[in-house]
Write a new protein. Structure first.
Length: 747
């Protein structure tokens, strides 16, 4: 009999132990992440009293796959459009918190006398709060629908994005690219590839999925999605970045497609499996001797996180325009570290730039701060009350006046700013596309042509093809926004604006000429004057070409349609939120979504019967049911399981409403085995209470919860019984019901 590979044995051990421990943690209402860490500790090599994993190298490989799928799923939940719509408030809060906590972490490491890289990586770990743990705590405490919770989740999304960038920067730093110039080059390289991959991905992937939409099913879509994720992970690694970075980028591209919601549901089980293995592998690195030896450092780091987030986190939200009470609730909620801290520690470990003790220290800190997270959330309001009692009221009023008057959304600061911002974005995006196209033509196409043709003709053909290929991009650089409302308005309103406007056109012409000049100069031996003339002539032809104009417009419209495809699908299916969301006058009044549970006791009742406004003070503005949206529902509208209710109210009203919706459900049937339906034969005897009664008069359904299937005629035939049929002596009835009900009936 063949022996099982060690990997299969190890997986069996990991998943069984993880399953048992996570069931226990679920019972204790603790995050599953902690259960995975404890399971990893139990099966790790440093726990002598239990079975241990044999092949740790293979488990580490699976853990790396877990990181890839975790970040891929994070990208699927991420949207660049959401970031742009958030405004300045979350950006200000995120930058303040991340850089303040990172600096605090570096200072803490220096106090301990740790090495430079240990201090830097510690700063990165302390800067990342845990999205999973905070979301779970909000759910457990009934705070998820409150207004401040939305602010925290917005900041967590931005923190996750910064964590991806931070991982790339830390990799560059660990590999010796620590100089200012090299660091700036790394940042520009990240921006270049991020824009390139995103733009090209939005062009190609939605088109591909749209073309196969009719023939693709769930299984195929899962395989295609994971294949694209792994492909981008490989491409990212070849470009010098981490595989996790590429997985996140592919996830963010697929997040803009119509199929995004399906992909999220399909990928979630795969992510959960490999994510569990990753967190178990983290727990396997915990060493009790290190925890004991570094107990003092662990305690100090925990205090640094709690105090740092409570103070610096509150300051970050204050700077972003929140009131003092709201800022404190937000800041106190973020006082923990989680999954990204493990990923950053794993990165430092794999690069060999941090000491081995860092991993167990970070895990211990995460466990402690996770347990303290609900208490920190609860402590925010009492701490605000304490400040309110002891600080002068003028200070409180000034803080609230300062922050509440701070702009929380993007303000129109002038037509010039809007025009120049749009032009800058256009130049950057199309320049990156042009540069990538030139590189591909010169590195891939030109060597191929040189093998087929003489050098002169190969260079000439390559140059012509390259210029034709990038011409739509160069024309867009020159002509985009020249006929916009801002441009025309500035031209007409003031003559002094005309010279700067012409200058913007000239600058863009020079940029376009520079690309053509580079191609011609690289492929020909002409003098600079001739090459400049050729570049100018090519640019003039691009501007005058109507065919090129049409092609450029088509490409842009295709990109915009692909980028908006998920929004269009949500609007068509009735899942798009109302435009007035977030624009309610009262700061404490906002809109929130609630899903009606499948076993809700509210199901089948009308809004009038539920009297939600009278009981909880809320208003149901819309009911989302499958692909339908019922706006401003009336009192006679019925609630069904699976409905999504959009409800307007204050934080306290929405919390009470959500608690009632979640708690008013039918009790779980613990005697499920007794609910089996059985078929019995019953004979109407001379002393039967049903003798001479009709089926309707017997009230079998009402009194005994049983149903007559038919009356026997001969040995093989059953005929239906009409409600008016009178039972006679000797009738043989076949009855369906539960065991106990049938026994009562027959007795």
């Amino acid at each position: 009999m063949a022996e099982l590979p060690l990997l299969v044995r190890d997986l069996a051990l990991i998943l069984v132990v993880a399953g048992v421990v996570t069931i226990l943690f679920k019972r204790l209402k603790q995050p599953l992440v902690l259960g995975y860490l404890v399971a990893g500790f139990l099966v790790g090599p440093h726990m002598p009293y239990t079975m241990s994993v044999s092949d740790t190298h293979s488990i580490e490989t699976w853990a790396e796959i877990g990181v890839i799928f975790t970040l891929f799923s994070l990208g699927l939940d991420f949207s660049f459009k959401k970031i742009l719509k958030m405004g300045a408030a979350p950006v200000i809060a995120t930058i303040t918190i991340v850089f303040s906590m990172m600096l605090l972490g570096v200072m803490t490491g220096n106090v301990f006398g740790w090495s430079k890289m240990n201090c830097i990586f510690l700063g990165g770990m302390l800067a990342m709060s845990s999205t999973t743990i905070i979301y779970k705590a909000f759910d457990d405490l009934g705070l998820r629908q409150q207004n401040f919770a939305g602010l925290v989740m917005s900041v967590l999304i931005l923190e996750d994005v910064l964590a991806i960038v931070m991982m790339v920067m830390l990799s560059a730093l660990a590999q010796g690219s620590g100089g200012g110039g090299m660091m700036m080059q790394s940042i520009l390289t990240i921006i270049f590839f991020l824009v390139l991959w995103f733009v090209v991905g939005i062009f190609l992937i939605p088109m591909f999925l749209r073309s196969v939409r009719r023939i693709i099913n769930g299984e195929t879509l899962l395989v295609v999605s994971i294949g694209l994720c792994c492909l981008m992970a490989v491409v990212s690694t070849m470009a010098g970045f981490s595989s996790a970075f590429g997985a996140f980028v592919m996830g963010s591209i697929l997040a803009e497609t119509v199929e995004a919601d399906k992909i999220i549901k399909l990928v979630e089980p795969v992510k959960n499996l490999f994510g569990a293995i990753f967190f178990v592998s983290v727990g396997m690195l915990v060493r009790p001797d290190i925890l004991v030896g570094y107990a003092e450092e662990i305690g100090v780091i925990v205090l640094v996180i709690l105090a740092g987030q409570a103070i610096l986190g509150t300051m970050g939200f204050l700077f972003s325009g929140q009131s003092l009470k709201s800022a404190m609730r937000c800041g106190f909620s973020m006082a923990q570290i989680g999954e990204f801290s493990f990923i950053i520690a794993s990165l430092g470990n794999s690069l060999g730039v941090i000491d081995r003790f860092m991993y167990p220290v970070v895990v211990a800190v995460s466990v402690i701060t996770t347990f303290l997270t609900p208490y920190m959330m609860k402590a925010a309001v009492p701490c605000y009350g304490l400040l309110e009692r002891h600080l002068p009221m003028t200070w409180i009023r000034r803080l609230n006046h300062l922050t509440m008057s701070h702009p929380t959304t993007h303000n129109d600061t002038g037509k010039w700013k809007r025009l120049l911002t749009h032009m800058a974005v256009i130049i950057v995006v199309y320049s990156i596309l042009s540069a990538a196209a030139i590189w591909l033509m010169l590195q891939l196409v030109r060597p191929f042509l040189l093998r087929l043709l003489p050098a002169f003709w190969a260079n000439l053909l390559c140059g012509v093809l390259t210029v034709l290929f990038i011409s739509p991009f160069l024309r867009a650089i020159i002509m985009k926004k020249n006929h916009s409302e801002e441009f025309k308005s500035l031209w007409v309103e003031n003559r002094l604006n005309r010279l700067p406007l012409v200058f913007t056109i000239l600058v863009r012409v020079v940029i376009a000429m520079a690309f053509v000049f580079y191609v011609c100069n690289h492929l020909s031996g002409f003098s600079d004057a001739v090459v400049i003339s050729m570049a100018l002539a090519a640019v003039i032809l691009m501007v005058l070409s109507r065919r090129l104009k049409s092609r450029s417009i088509r490409l842009e419209r295709l990109f915009i349609m692909n980028l908006r495809s998920r929004d269009i699908e949500a609007q068509v299916s009735g899942r798009r939120k109302p435009l007035f969301e977030g624009r309610l006058l009262d700061r404490d009044i906002h809109i929130a979504d609630f899903d009606v549970p499948a076993d809700s006791a509210w199901s089948g009742k009308t809004l009038r019967q539920l009297a939600l406004g009278h009981q909880y003070g809320v208003h149901v503005s819309s009911i989302l049911r499958a692909s339908r949206r019922i706006n401003i529902p009336e009192g006679d509208d019925v609630i069904f399981p699976g409905d999504r209710l959009q409800v307007i109210g204050s934080d306290n009203q929405l919390a009470a409403f959500g608690k009632a919706l979640a708690s008013q459900v039918y009790e779980e049937d613990y005697d499920l085995e007794k609910r089996e339906m059985k078929l019995r034969r019953m004979v109407i005897g001379g002393d039967s209470e049903f003798l001479g009664k009709t089926l309707m008069e017997s009230a079998l359904r009402h009194r005994y919860n049983c149903m007559v299937v038919g009356i026997e005629e001969g040995m093989e035939n059953l005929s239906l019984v009409s409600p008016s049929y009178r039972f006679q002596k000797g009738d043989i009835l076949w009855v369906v019901g539960e065991e106990d009900d049938l026994n009562r009936l027959i007795r």
